[in-house]
Design a protein around this ligand. Sequence first.
Ligand code: NAP
Length: 490
Amino acid sequence: MSKQNTPRTVTLIPGDGVGPECINASRRIIEAAGVSLAFEVCEAGESVFKKGIPSGVPQETIDSINRTRLVFKGPLGTPVGYGEKSANVTLRKLFETYANIRPVRELPGVRTPYSGRNLDLVVVRENVEDLYAGIEHMQTPGVAQCLKLISAKGCEKIVRTAFEFARSEGRKSVACATKSNIMKLTEGLLKRTFERIAPEYPDLQAWHVIVDNCAHQLVKKPEQFDVIVTTNMNGDILSDLTSALIGGLGFAPSANLGNEVAIFEAVHGSAPKYAGKNCINPTAVLLSGVLMLRYIGEFDAAQKIEHAVLYTLEQNAAAGKGTGDVVGYDRPNTLSTSAFTDLIIANLGRRAEKFKVRDCKQIKLPRLSSAPEYVKPKSLELAGVDVFLHSPLLPAELGPRLEALAEGTPMKLKIISSRGTKVYPATGTITDCVDHYRCRFMPRQGRDVGDAVLLELLGKLGAGGHRWVHVEKLHRIDGADGFTKAQGED
Ligand code: NAP
């Protein structure tokens, strides 16, 4: 029986495609394990888009989550490349679930090229920032932009969560995977934060790895990893890779953790081609439920279910049976979703022989100030401006015109770049140009220029027939440049 006197209420979102089948199977198993939960069944995703609610998340669902603070959900379908935003990402972001924990481990009878290597690792993915801030613009008809926003506070939260998660599971090391060699300010912020905080966790080995090499190492020697902390986009990709290492998305659970709300869901999507066929593997959703049980302190029930899953997989392997993703669909030995679920329920209380279940403790999530001003610099100077122009001109025509317009103002044109590479003054190289230029103006003298100077410059550019589409102020923060150079800029 549950340790709780009154059942814990959970917002249950069955989701789209295969979601309801997976959620139903998991709910049956959790209830059979003796956990008493009260479910508030709510909608999100495709059915909600169809009702004309563009966010995919109706107010009733938001109200339910605000009450329960706990969500168990199936996958939600998202239109790819057009239409509305992902309701999944909206849910994660609306409730500031800043950490996405994605564990994978070798499972009995699930044959992969890595079988026998005892893989057991976790991707801790930052969950609300980065390119997933979802701030996109067509800067010109021919050039799209997506802002990669990374905050110092977001980095601290995800880094501390990764170390705390590692401790709660008795793990040994945390690797930080970034692309800080290229994106020194954004990805670099995560690396610098990681290096600052790591000494507070001397019991854990901490190391940095460049994310592309991380992908390479994960394929080559995945057993070297224990916990990997990374930015949102990197984590999305790496965690699909890690799920493939242990047998695919059918086995990859996840937890979205925030200080107020936690959302538990599989890594996989709605797999529409399998919807309603009673053939999908429910394990990823079920193991997400196991993560949820640990989160609410139901450690015994969580262990019981995980043991039953491992035992069932062991028995299936011995009998040559399994769900379609393991043994192939439509074979005599293929188990349907409901048959596999029945086996797990029948095996509750049994323990796998060769495969162990970790002893876990409650994770301690970091509590950082909610004040917006998290970083207070000693000095902040306005050092220049990047003006992005929509222009049909070639750099050799545009450059002199801009120089002439800036004549007599406190600002002078330093460089023009095309997609980040200097094209004016000419470098004698072969950079292709599109209808979008970044024009960097710096003060002729002194450092700290005022807004009035920038506005005068923008006025002159507009009056000179140049269409500016975006303006980025360049700052020096505590004496250091808060902006990077273009490729080829000195
Ligand atoms: P997907 O639904 O994850 O399915 C991709 C493939 O993974 C499936 O075709 C299947 O592979 C395998 N797979 C996924 N779940 C499985 C399971 N439980 N058991 C066995 N195999 C499983 O990815 P998608 O087709 O790219 O996305 C479909 C929709 O889901 C999209 O609208 C997408 O935006 C959405 N999505 C939602 C979430 C979420 O709700 N968190 C996450 C990702 C995607 P085989 O074809 O090889 O059998």
